[in-house]
Design a protein around this ligand. Structure first.
Ligand code: PHB
Length: 379
């Protein structure tokens, strides 16, 4: 029963109490039953044609309802916001109805779920866009990366730089999606401002070359993120809104010369707005945690809400981060794919199922709802 993790440092050994991982956490007016968050995970299994969530998706989320909080897979706020085949949307009636099945399943399982609102910006392909149009971004620069469409991997298309009027339209799309998320029964929303997607394309100066009020100074580069946030805060109480950022991640060809400057400024502005949490990808997305220097604890101090840490956390790292008060919540990604009962496994310090990378994106129940629980069967 003594679940302990050991930390070795400076010749002494500190024993940390694992129970902290399973202690409840008050997130605004929500009581989370533990500190373990299921990270947003793209799985490309929405219904073909409508991009609406379906019964299989509901089953997948239901299996993982023991997480303290589930963040849904990234969900496009509009067709223009889509960058990959078969990712779910939150802009049509069919999609709202599909998400209702998901939120009902999670709530029946005793869980809580936020939806991650997503606009991919330039990480898209003309074949995914309305009327085959160019994807949009802060600046007309093609990202050096690929996406996948129904026929396989392709280079992303060259984007068109959003005009000021078009930016206002995208902000309205976020607001409409946030309204839809309420109707779909979500407990809250997470603004996806990470990983080189549209909001990050405005934040980072390696992508944003604008010379108008949305580019140049840090105040200008955070403007779009804050307009989106403010539009959402008119619909959702601030205690139900979080944001995800990836200050130093090079994912999707995004970079900034001085990430501390822009992300500290953003954190201060979000703190003033009382956002519930900041979800931080520490290091390179899905890669090295020490990819580039960044003072995450300084970021944490600037922000008054909860700090949700993510990227490569193991049981031991998570316990240490919580015990040393470097994080309030820890989000686990890949291990939640292959372990529907991850919480129970972490509680017992039981072995984890390995994940099968070939079934991450697209497909059916295989590698999705068929991972066994400790009891032996799929949950
Ligand atoms: C992906 O589809 O590969 C993906 C989506 C959202 C992310 C990261 C990766 O934040």
């Amino acid at each position: 029963m003594a679940d302990n993790a050991c930390l070795y440092g400076q010749g002494s050994m500190m024993t940390l109490d694992a129970n902290i991982l399973f202690s409840s956490f008050r997130l605004g007016d929500l009581e989370l039953k533990n500190r373990i968050v299921m990270a947003p995970l793209t799985r490309n299994r929405a219904t073909k044609g409508s991009d609406a969530p379906n019964d299989l998706n509901a089953e997948y989320y239901r299996q993982r309802a023991s997480a303290g909080l589930i963040i849904s897979e990234a969900s496009q706020i509009s067709q223009q916001g889509q960058g990959y085949a078969w990712t779910p949307g939150i802009y049509s009636e069919a999609q709202i109805a599909g998400w209702q099945k998901v939120t009902k399943a999670v709530h029946e399982g005793g869980g809580k779920i936020f939806i991650q609102l997503w606009h991919v910006g330039r990480i898209s392909h003309v074949s995914l866009q309305p009327n085959g149009a160019a994807p949009v971004s802060s600046s007309p620069i093609r990202a050096k990366t690929q996406t996948f469409i129904e026929t396989g991997f392709v280079d992303v298309s060259e984007p068109h730089a959003l005009t000021i009027d078009e930016i206002a339209g995208v902000v309205r799309d976020y607001a409409a999606a946030a309204e839809n998320a309420k109707r779909a029964g979500f407990d809250g929303v997470e603004i996806h401002a990470a990983n080189g997607y549209l909001i990050d394309q405005f934040l980072k100066d390696g992508v944003n070359k604008r010379t108008d009020i949305y580019g140049g100074s840090i105040e200008n580069r955070v403007r779009f993120a804050l307009e989106v946030t403010d539009a959402i805060l008119r619909i959702w109480d601030r205690s139900r809104v979080g944001i995800r950022i990836s200050p130093v991640s090079p994912f999707n060809d995004a970079s900034d010369r001085d990430p501390a400057k822009i992300f500290f400024h953003l954190a201060e502005a979000l703190s003033a707005r009382g956002l519930a949490y900041m979800h931080v990808i520490e290091g390179a997305t899905g890669g090295a945690r020490d990819h580039a220097p960044f003072d995450y604890q300084a970021l944490r101090k600037i922000f008054s809400g909860a700090y949700m840490a993510n990227n490569g956390y193991t049981r031991e790292l998570a316990i240490a981060a919580l015990a040393e008060k470097r994080a309030d919540l820890v989000a686990f990604g890949k291990s939640f794919i292959s372990n529907p009962d991850l919480v129970e496994r972490l509680r017992r310090d039981a072995p984890l199922n390995p994940f099968d990378q070939t079934t991450f994106y697209g497909g059916d129940a295989k590698g999705y709802t068929d991972y066994p629980s400790l009891a032996g069967a799929a949950l």
